[in-house]
Design a protein around this ligand. Structure first.
Ligand code: SF4
Length: 197
């Protein structure tokens, strides 16, 4: 996310915290998601969330971008109210200064009911690979962020935990043909798993 977009997200967040939220019938794009949508977070404070149930990573000529085109969730009234309830407990200055991980932990708490991500060494593994996952070869993406902006996304297939220890990246699954490819940690090994988002 460019700096300008992050600023816009914070401005919208602060406006919503002051009670300016709901549908924006005056917007020429309304309704860009669904009739009656809440437009408070046109610029989402959690961007890029890396939650594949909500959005997806796309490769463009300018590099990787997180696409929110199909995300209706952040425009649901109940979700907006829950986000505002959560974020209203923090001073504005903290919301300005906090990093991606702070906001991501909050969206995980709201969306999943708990933090599903965890640090493995310096890397933050953000994968919800449970349910009907099958074992497969190890594939995942190592994302680098600079102030909410994706600066690099490298496909990797390491099988040793020691390899991801020093990556200092956000590790997320790869989505290909409607299937997520990631890993689970077992002892000092990474075991490849795939499942539906
Ligand atoms: S997918 Fe939805 S929740 Fe995630 S960053 Fe985009 S708008 Fe926000």
């Amino acid at each position: 996310m460019e700096q300008e977009s992050r600023e816009r997200a914070l401005i919208e967040l602060f406006g919503a915290l002051e009670g300016r939220y709901g549908p924006n019938y005056e917007c020429k794009y309304y309704p860009c998601h669904f009739e009656g949508q809440d437009c408070s977070f046109c610029f989402c404070p959690f961007y890029p969330c890396f939650i594949y149930e909500l959005g997806m990573l796309k490769k463009t000529t300018k590099g990787y971008v997180w696409s929110c085109k199909e995300c209706n969730w952040i425009h649901e009234k109940e979700v907006v109210e829950r986000v505002l309830e959560e974020l209203s407990s923090y001073p504005r200055q903290k919301l300005i200064e906090e990093n991606w991980l702070f906001f991501n932990r909050i969206i995980q708490k709201i969306y999943y009911g708990r933090e599903i991500g965890e640090f493995v060494g310096k890397s933050y593994v953000l994968m919800k690979m449970d349910g009907d996952c099958k074992e497969c070869e190890v594939r995942f993406l190592a994302i680098k962020l600079d102030n909410f902006e994706i600066t690099d996304a490298e496909e990797r297939n390491d099988t040793e935990v020691s390899k991801i220890y020093e990556l200092d990246a956000i590790l997320i699954p790869i989505l290909e043909n409607g299937v997520l490819y990631g890993f689970k940690v077992e002892g000092d090994k990474l075991i490849g798993v795939s499942c539906k988002p």
